[in-house]
Ligand binder design. Sequence first.
Ligand code: URA
Length: 208
Amino acid sequence: MPIHEIRHPLIRHKLGLMRRADISTKSFRELAQEVGALLTYEATQDLPLESCQIEGWCGPVEVDKIAGKKITVVPILRAGIGMLDGVLRLIPSAKVSVVGLSRDEETLVAHTYVEKLVGEIDQRLALIIDPMLATGGSMIATIDMLKKAGCKEIRALVLVAAPEGIRLLEQTHPDVTIYTAAIDQRLNENGYIIPGLGDAGDKVFGTK
Ligand code: URA
């Protein structure tokens, strides 16, 4: 499974700001959207183009356009919403499929409470967005769901990834490419990424 750690200076800088303990909700939100947009730029580098002729200011001109690639962005609730506007800023016509999962803390089994996938998913490139790839459980459950619905091409955009989650994803879905702003050190005993960002959902929604 290919993993791309995007070490662009703008991403490194913005992620560094996001790691500050005293970051405000406003700044965290803005930066999550900005890094989401920068990851989208990287994750769409190989979209096929076709040329077409348009009427330009000085007459007919050949221009490129994306060759009819249908895209769905798939935020995993709730933290994934924190990257959604950034992704849509670059791909404004993408359709949005929403996935919500909760985990039974005793059995650790993931339970789906929202599965709202757009139509023609079998013809779309899916860009899953979730700020944190920690254990990989939610990501794998979302990929399972998309593949079951017929989706054939899936990419995952995460702000920070833990080696544990990357390994599990590699074993279960080697065909899914991950784009991340950082591969961090490890998970702690509570499943948080170290050094990570803390609870990304709380930081996006201002709930802590
Ligand atoms: N989810 C988060 O919000 N943060 C982590 O570090 C891990 C999972």
